[in-house]
Design a protein around this ligand. Structure first.
Ligand SMILES: NC(=O)c1ccc[n+]([C@@H]2O[C@H](COP(=O)([O-])OP(=O)(O)OC[C@H]3O[C@@H](n4cnc5c(N)ncnc54)[C@H](OP(=O)(O)O)[C@@H]3O)[C@@H](O)[C@H]2O)c1
Length: 289
């Protein structure tokens, strides 16, 4: 299997790249900025074509997206080009090259009225990010054999990433207070475990929609407390707040999160509990001290 990881510079793409290398899978990665990656901008169709020519991939992991939910709300046209039109361009190149497409989608396709959600539950996004990612998911799934992986609250120890856990570590270090929603419920997902499950699904030839998330259904506040316990941080810098108090540009699905029965049936395993993954991060942090 020769893999092309679109968005290898990001959190999920980086975890997938590292895993491909460990599993001795030939892999090409992209970023808009080159810097050791193939250059690919989802807004530039010619760059998509040339990355496919260079990599001639058997499988394409589309990790790239405009992932800042509030920025998407403020720049809806840009979000549409990157998150909806971009995946359509990639799917078209996959069709021409005969490549399998694995698309990364999100729980934000749901409205958060009645989570956690199964793969077949009715979608109803409440933000520009959610709507554009759903369009991207549909464009990907229009391709025969495509796999769309829905995930959420992805975290890892990655100094280049602004994921929730890295923000928490940075706030603790600087002594800054951190306002955390106590009414947004979800299923946090450790990036290396997400990467391993998705690679296993792709190798098994899975297609259609799959939820790939951690097993704990937690509010963001509860997750922050779990992380503090694992890292030995006093949690007094964490301030629970209602989403309505945070003044965020985009609406959030509140009672969200995803169910993983289908993943369990296909792979015979679920992702490990958050405590275990957070302990791994604590061990990595010790090496940095
Ligand atoms: N993180 C989460 O909690 C979460 C939750 C649900 C779903 N997801 C989905 O999972 C995927 C990966 O997320 P992540 O956490 O790895 O995000 P991330 O760390 O923010 O990385 C985003 C990636 O997208 C690339 N990118 C941004 N704009 C681009 C453009 N116009 N053309 C090409 N590449 C572009 C960035 O690369 P450069 O800046 O180097 O070009 C980067 O590699 C995304 O599709 C996201 O929607 C993430």
């Amino acid at each position: 299997m020769k893999a092309l990881i679109i968005g290898a510079s990001g959190q999920v793409g980086g975890a997938l790249s590292a895993l491909c290398v460990r599993r001795r899978i030939e892999v090409y990665g992209t970023s808009r900025h080159g810097q050791g990656f193939l250059s690919l901008d989802l807004e530039d169709p010619a760059s998509v074509v040339s990355a496919f020519e260079r990599a001639a991939p058997g499988v394409v992991f589309l990790c790239s997206a405009m992932t800042n939910v509030d920025a998407c709300e403020r720049s809806a046209a840009l979000a549409g080009r990157v998150n909806a039109e971009g995946p359509a361009l990639v799917a078209e190149q996959c069709r021409k090259a005969g490549s399998k497409l694995v698309y990364f989608s999100t729980e934000y396709v749901f409205d958060g009225a009645a989570g956690p959600y199964g793969e077949d539950d009715l979608v109803n996004p409440v933000s520009v990010y959610g709507r554009t990612k759903l369009e991207g998911e549909r464009a990907a799934l229009a391709l025969d054999g495509a796999l769309a992986v829905r995930t959420t609250v992805v975290y890892s120890h990655n100094p280049a990433s602004r994921n929730f856990i890295m923000q928490l570590i940075s706030n603790h270090r600087s002594g800054a207070r951190m306002r955390v929603p106590s009414d947004q419920f979800s299923t946090p997902t450790y990036a290396p475990e997400l990467a391993a499950a998705v690679l296993d699904l792709a190798e098994k030839g899975a297609s259609g929609v799959y939820n790939v998330v951690g097993p704990d259904w937690l509010s963001r506040y509860e997750f922050a407390l779990k992380a503090c316990a694992a890292f030995g941080f006093a949690p007094d810098f964490i301030e629970p707040r209602l989403t309505a108090e945070l003044g965020q540009a985009a609406a959030r699905p509140l009672k969200a999160g995803l169910k993983t029965d289908k993943l369990l049936k296909t792979l015979g395993r679920a992702l490990p509990p958050a405590e275990e993954s957070l302990r791994k991060i604590a061990a990595v942090m010790k090496q940095y001290e």
